[in-house]
Design a protein around this ligand. Structure first.
Ligand SMILES: [Fe+2]
Length: 199
């Protein structure tokens, strides 16, 4: 399959003031578009043309760094836009997910602290994740364009901690961006939809 950029699921100014229209214009229209354009060029002749995006990411990991980085970032960003919504975030999780966060992650407050800490402590570019591994919720982090699927985990929530995701709105204050993401932006319904498919 070739890669294609989907429109954002909301208006460019819909996530303000937590994520500005200017950030979304650059992040979606320039950065994500570049991963799509470069990924398509690198996919040609790679031998993986007929595979799904997830298969391309898994099979290029450790064998084709250029393709892996771009395909991984395309996969990450496809979900990232859906992991946010206007008036999102906060501690009111859908029922099943709330129960599992209590049972497996020590409650919402501990999840929030651990997720933010994962993003803050990811040195350089990367992602903070909530994923399902061996049937259980785990908080993890990855560098650059890596997705948890290359580590045997299924991501159900991810926060982009590349500077292009927050520098216009928060400058170097990555912790403030992560707090705003958890408290005001997460689309918990989409997270639960992915959770129900992952377990
Ligand atoms: Fe990004």
């Amino acid at each position: 399959m070739s890669f294609a950029l989907e429109d954002l699921p909301y208006a460019y100014d819909a996530l303000a003031p937590y994520m500005s229209a200017e950030t979304l214009e650059y992040h979606h229209d320039k950065h994500h578009q570049a991963y799509v354009t470069n990924g398509n060029k690198l996919l040609e002749g790679s031998g993986l043309e007929g595979k799904s995006l997830e298969e391309i990411v898994k099979e290029s990991y450790g064998t084709n760094a250029g393709l892996f980085n771009n395909a991984g970032q395309h996969l990450n960003h496809l979900h990232f836009w859906k992991w946010m919504k206007p008036n999102g975030g906060g501690s009111s999780l859908p029922g099943v997910l709330a129960k599992k966060v209590d049972e497996e992650l020590g409650g919402f407050d501990k999840f929030r602290a651990d997720f933010i800490n994962a993003g803050v402590t990811q040195f350089g570019s990367g992602w903070a994740w909530l994923a399902v591994k061996d049937g259980k919720l785990v908080v993890m982090k990855t560098p650059n364009g890596e997705n948890p699927i290359v580590h045997g985990a299924t991501p159900i929530l991810g926060c982009d901690v590349w500077e292009h995701s927050y520098y216009i709105d928060y400058r170097n204050a990555r912790p403030k961006y992560l707090e705003a993401f958890v408290d005001n932006l997460i689309n918990w319904e989409y997270v639960e939809e992915l959770y129900s498919k992952a377990v």
